[in-house]
Design a protein around this ligand. Sequence first.
Ligand code: GDP
Ligand code: IMO
Ligand code: MG
Length: 423
Amino acid sequence: MAVDLLLGLQWGDEGKGKIVDVLTSKYDVIARFQGGPNAGHTLVFNDKKYVLHTIPSGIFHENKINLIGNGVVIDPVILNKEIEKIKGEGVNISKSLFISRKAHLILPTHRLIDAASEKSKGKNKIGSTLKGIGPTYMDKTGRNGFRVGDLENDNWEKKYSELSKKHQQLISFYNVELDFSLSELENEFFEAIKKLRKIKFVDSEDLLFKYQDENKSILAEGAQGSLLDIDFGTYPFVTSSNTTAAGACTGLGVSPNSINDVFGIFKAYTTRVGSGPFPTELFDNYGEKMSKVGNEFGATTGRPRRCGWLDLVALKYACRINGVTKLMMMKTDVLSGFDKVLICTNYKYRGLIIDNLPYDLSDESIEPIYQEFNGWSEDLRKLKNSDELPENLNKYIDFLEKELNIPIVIVSVGPDRKETLFR
Ligand code: GDP
Ligand code: IMO
Ligand code: MG
């Protein structure tokens, strides 16, 4: 049985959590392969809302395996808080949640380095979620990292304190004022480590080999989005992992030829949280309406998300990089009531009309070129079937399918599990 991937095609927050939850019934295993608690994946069902940061979004379904893969970075403090929050739902963590021994841990000092680095950059800051993501991946690639499996060695505390000391020197190197008590942070961390030990540590690639041999179906859940990819995103305004399809191979140990469907998920418009270029960003009433109706505030940090029209140039690029086989369009309901809806089909760049992403997307000469569509006014959240979609919306969808040459198989019309139309 093959592995399917689900990935965000924009700058994150496309609605990955909702769709993974919707699709989970079809799979045996849901696995996160990169990122960490910078992610905020929202699930809504039975009139309740849950935000997951590290735990895969299949966790609310019975008899499913939820795996945190080797490519993920874990903050035990945040993971424990997540577990406490979902316990009320009758989730049996000991049976349904496994962690890769090869996943790296976010130490309190990683978070402090993140804060110091951002502060030292002033107005050029990345706008990181301050969860310690960058510094943890730096230690991973620098071969200094602290892995979950290290906790099984007797000398783990020595390893921890050596790394922590090194980090403290680095923090003072930044020479910025930070308000923190390391001993408080460490107490909280060590308490969380005790609880982390109650979760099953596994050699996750071996487990996935076994599941594949047993013909179990696996869905890999991406975090962030393709334009935040460390290689292909809007560098340096990106996260520190490969958010694109290849990241699932390195972040789980599944081989490229075992991958079947790649589900690419995008909003019917675009949002971005944090700094960095965003060619189709709006500063007018249309943008304000997207933000208000779409309730566009970060699920992890609560920061307002910047809003803009759909960028087809960027979307085409993301589909190509990921080898997307099926598309899912989210938050379509948010655009109801707009008199017109725009799609950026090309950029004007240094006097030329182009259809590719320039090396530096922050180049001030980039100007989006739009195609205009008539809006629709129907309340989509009431619809039960994709046959009922308004004609003007169908024109919008048909245009995108034709341009991308990939079918849009889901149109999402509300945050709830049930507000999902299959095509
Ligand atoms: P993720 O990080 O990709 O999982 O996305 P987030 O959870 O950060 O952000 C998506 C937000 O949109 C959440 O608040 C969801 O509850 C909400 N959402 C998801 N799909 C839809 C939809 O089709 N319509 C509306 N109005 N909201 C949606
Ligand atoms: P989900 O999985 C949206 C953004 C941050 C910042 C940049 C780097 O919910 O879609 P980091 O903390 O990773 O060093 O921040 O990336 N960012 C996200 N934006 N959704 C996310 O995750 C994000 N995770 C990180 O805002 O601009
Ligand atoms: Mg999110």
